[in-house]
Design a binder for this molecule. Structure first.
Ligand code: NI
Length: 169
């Protein structure tokens, strides 16, 4: 049975760690991916990076389908922005930054490569929501958060609010 993991909340410094490449495609990787999917679904998120549950390996889970039954797992995901991209604006949220939504602009055309749980390599040219979502999640693996894209003032405001909420618990 998959178990629910604890999601780190900004400004927890562990969210700033850079995740290591997965080299062992073993049972423990599969267990982590399934635990992350359960955690993501229970939190009503559309994506979750291992960094957010304090595992610093390059693993992302996602489900952007409307009926929430299309789980996707990306091991060692990487992307390159294609030449003919435009900026796509999307109001993003993040399970590690509760109550914070901001419109972020990201390139809308990328080449995405990743491995599955067996280590097999895949390549795709995603569009729309998947494109921005995977960029958001890969940012997590690099210790980057969506608050890094907004003004220092806004970032400071959300940091203070979340610290206050943490101290009340
Ligand atoms: Ni996030």
């Amino acid at each position: 049975m998959a178990k629910k993991l604890k999601i780190l909340i900004f400004p927890d410094p562990r969210l700033r760690k850079v995740a290591k490449k997965v080299i062992k495609f073993d049972k423990s990787l599969e267990i982590l991916a399934n635990d992350m999917l359960k955690t993501m679904y229970e939190a009503n998120g559309i994506g979750l990076a291992a960094t957010q549950v304090d595992f610093h390996v390059r693993l992302v889970v996602m489900d952007i389908s409307e009926d929430r039954n299309d789980p996707k797992i990306f091991v060692n995901p990487m992307y390159q922005v294609l030449d003919n991209y435009k900026l796509y604006e999307f109001e993003e949220g993040c399970l590690s930054i509760p109550g914070f939504n901001e419109i972020i602009s990201r390139p809308d055309k990328i080449e995405l490569t990743w491995q599955d749980l067996t280590g097999k390599e895949h390549k795709d040219y995603p569009e729309g929501l998947l494109t921005v979502c995977i960029q958001h999640e890969i940012d997590h693996l690099d210790g980057k958060l969506m608050v890094d894209y907004v003004s220092a003032l806004k970032r400071d405001r959300v940091r203070k609010r979340l610290l206050k909420e943490l101290n009340r618990k």
